[in-house]
Ligand binder design. Structure first.
Ligand code: SAM
Length: 295
């Protein structure tokens, strides 16, 4: 009889009555920064994982599903993708995906937590793959809200890769009308703002719909897109906002040309995946159409 291995567990609690247990092969770091609780660990199924305040941020085996989805529809559709701003994104994987596009002249990334960036460089180099050292990258450690208030720069694409806006999270102040208007003022003409926008499953799409309803007050086009992210154990939702570009209807020829120009090989995103991302299930279309909470 093989000896039963005695595991240590990382338990992600979705609700007081719902948990996903990940066995831990190795714990690289566990501690608190000035802003949040951080852990970096390795699980047998998902590989290395970054966990903040008990929530999985990304995992080695499937982070490309999340990061390619966050970045490429926006860049494929934007009128001008030379200047890109990433808010949050401490692992450096959003930066990595942006820099795969040869049209990008500069990508500014602003993350509030130096420790997340440092741990990502030390333990999660597979995520950034040299992006932090790319000559086109400008990495700023600071509050994205303060950065956007202070700068007069405008960007063709703004990508929000922030933690969930839970009450005590440093991302919480970035989810309200005033900040959504500030972000819009930092977009260039015809610009696109895409945000990771919480869970999109039938049981828990409430926060996503609240974000969508609030953003509709600011943009002519606000569209949701969703994909399953195995490490998150649920459908994950994103929002694309623009006054000019409706990403759901982007022509395949444009996406194919965009993808063909990217450096390296994609794992998830192409024009076929684009259609799948924006083809929303009926329950979500109904929830998005219903009136309800806003910020
Ligand atoms: N994929 C993730 C998810 O599903 O929630 C988000 C990944 S990324 C690690 C989130 C980053 O947002 C963290 O590194 C955190 O430090 C950063 N962050 C939170 N609040 C921020 C703020 N006010 N300004 C800049 N960065 C912030």
């Amino acid at each position: 009889m093989p000896k039963t291995q005695r595991w240590q567990w990382y338990v992600e609690e979705f609700a007081p009555s719902e948990q996903h247990h990940h066995a831990i092969d190795e714990l690289y770091y566990s501690g608190r920064s000035a802003f949040q609780q951080i852990a970096v660990l390795r699980s047998p199924v998902f590989g290395k994982m970054l966990v903040i305040d008990g929530d999985t941020q990304s995992a080695q085996v499937d982070e490309r599903i999340y990061h390619e989805t966050l970045v490429h529809p926006a860049l494929a559709g934007a009128a001008d993708r030379r200047e890109v701003l990433v808010i949050g994104g401490g692992e450096g994987a959003t930066l990595r995906e942006v820099l795969r596009c040869p049209d990008v002249v500069a990508c500014t990334m602003v993350d509030i937590d130096a420790l997340v960036v440092e741990l990502s460089k030390r333990y999660l180099a597979e995520w950034s793959q040299g992006a932090f050292d790319d000559a086109r990258a400008r990495v700023i450690v600071g509050d994205a809200l303060e950065f956007m208030r202070a700068t007069s720069e405008r960007y063709g694409v703004i990508l929000s890769d922030l933690t969930e806006p839970l009450e005590d999270s440093p991302s919480n102040p970035l989810f309200n009308d005033e900040v959504f208007e500030l972000i819009k003022s930092r977009l260039a003409e015809g610009g696109v703002y895409v945000l990771q926008a919480s869970t999109g499953a039938a049981i828990n799409a409430g926060l996503h719909c609240k974000m969508a309803r609030t953003l509709r007050r600011h943009y002519a086009h606000v569209v949701s897109f969703v994909t399953h992210v195995p490490a998150f154990d649920t459908e994950w939702a994103f929002l694309a906002c623009s006054d000019r570009i409706a990403l759901a209807g982007l022509e395949s020829a444009r996406i194919d040309a965009y993808c063909a120009a990217l450096s390296g090989e994609s794992f998830f995103y192409d024009s076929t995946t684009h259609r799948r991302l924006f083809a929303l299930p009926l329950y979500l279309r109904r929830m998005l159409a219903a009136s309800g909470d806003t910020f």
